[in-house]
Each structure stands twice: as C-alpha cells, then as structure tokens.
Design a protein around this ligand. Structure first.
Ligand SMILES: CC(C)(COP(=O)(O)OP(=O)(O)OC[C@H]1O[C@@H](n2cnc3c(N)ncnc32)[C@H](O)[C@@H]1OP(=O)(O)O)[C@@H](O)C(=O)NCCC(=O)NCCS
Length: 192
C-alpha cells in the first residue's frame, strides 16, 4: 500500500518498511491507524508520534522528527501529536477514508489531552506551478480557493491551519516543498 500510495517517494525508498512499522507499533501502538476492508486488505493508514516542538513552529525535517523513520524519540509527555504520514490507496480515494483517519487522530488528541496535532504535508501539485510562483504564493492561492491541491486542500478541509513552508523537509521531486499545519485541541486548557 505504501508503494502504491507514494510511487515517487518509493523510488527513493522514502516509504515505511516492516522494521519501521514494527518500531512504531512498539513505541506508540495507540498512535498507529489503518483502515481495512472486511477481508483484511489495508486501504488507508496513518502513523503518529508525540513530541514537543521548541520553539513551537521549529524548522524540522521528516528524518529528524521521525528519528529516521523509527519514532524512537516518541515522548509520551510531549504536547503535540505529530502526523508522520497519511495515505489512502489510490483506488479508494475520495470516499472519506483520509478524513476518517484524521477523525481517529483528533479523538486521540482529545483522549490524551494533548494541545494540538501538527504535521508536514506535501504541496502535491506545486511542481505544475513552480515556474510561475513561489511555494508560499502557491499555498496562499490554495488557501484562498483559487487553486485546489489534493493534499493541502484536504488538510484545510479537515480543520488544519497552514503554518509555513518547510523547504528541506524531505527529498520529493513530486511536491518539491512541504507545508506545516496544525490543528488545535478545542478542549485544551492551559494549567496555571
Ligand atoms: C491526502 C489523502 C490521504 C486523502 O485521502 P482520501 O481518502 O482521498 O481523503 P477523503 O476522501 O477524506 O478526502 C479527499 C477529498 O474527497 C472528498 N470526498 C470525501 N468523501 C467523498 C465522497 N463520498 N464523494 C465525493 N468526494 C468525497 C473530500 O471532500 C475531499 O475533497 P478535497 O480534495 O476538496 O479536500 C490521499 O489523497 C493520499 O493518500 N494522497 C497521497 C499520499 C500523500 O501525499 N499523503 C499526504 C502527505 S503524507
């Protein structure tokens, strides 16, 4: 499923392998989600860990934040649920599976009393506009509805707020640039 969901990243081996998935399940089983058909076929998945970013919108890379994909820096005392990846198999897209996965992540944020969910997502179609505008301009146009992007629009529809561009997040010729997003827990109260 990873290979078919991320065909270009798969060419550079930037997808999950069994040893990484086993490590995610070992360090933070509650944070790993799959959507499966009745026969067990996995059609969607999302991997998460908990951390605290200092400062709260610190520049980071995918490799650094995920401990090279292993989640070994997962910190149960952190304040943010970090979305390391989310994907729906191409044959099953636009059926609400991705939003269902986000729903499950939001429930986890509420259940664990975390302050927010944060992640880095691809500017999926930016490559088609890169000769005409910067990544920030592209993001602005998606935010104000002039352009539609399968990943950025999906994140915004799921209640995320665009934070900033992360240019060196991950080598990915498909999107070239990534955007960071956050979703704030509406029930979170700071203790005095
Ligand atoms: C981003 C991604 C996970 C979305 O998954 P998905 O299962 O298609 O998500 P949803 O079905 O919940 O939403 C997708 C769109 O379908 C629409 N949709 C949902 N249910 C629908 C239905 N029953 N009928 C028609 N449209 C529907 C949603 O409104 C949404 O529209 P939008 O593009 O305007 O936001 C998927 O496109 C993907 O795997 N992309 C490749 C991997 C990737 O880049 N992941 C993100 C970075 S890690």
């Amino acid at each position: 499923m990873q290979q078919e969901s991320f065909p270009i990243l798969a060419r550079y081996d930037n997808i999950w392998h069994p040893e990484e998935l086993k490590s995610h399940l070992k360090v933070f089983p509650l944070g790993q989600f799959v959507v499966a058909e009745e026969d067990g076929e996995v059609v969607g998945s999302a991997s998460t860990l908990i951390l605290t970013l200092i400062p709260e919108y610190a520049e980071h890379t995918w490799k650094g934040i995920t401990s090279d994909g292993m989640f070994t820096d997962h910190n149960p005392n952190g304040d943010s649920l970090y979305g390391a990846d989310i994907s729906t198999h191409p044959k099953f897209r636009h059926e609400g599976i991705g939003s269902m996965l986000y729903g499950a992540r939001k429930e986890l944020v509420l259940r664990l009393g975390l302050r927010r969910m944060i992640s880095g997502g691809r500017l999926f179609n930016f490559q088609d506009y890169a000769d005409k505008m910067s990544a920030s301009e592209y993001a602005d146009k998606v935010i104000n509805g002039e352009l539609h992007d399968p990943v950025l629009s999906f994140e915004l529809d799921n209640g995320f707020r665009f934070i900033k561009i992360l240019p060196n997040y991950l080598d990915d010729i498909r999107s070239q640039n990534y955007a960071s997003f956050e979703w704030l827990n509406p029930q979170f109260r700071y203790s005095s």
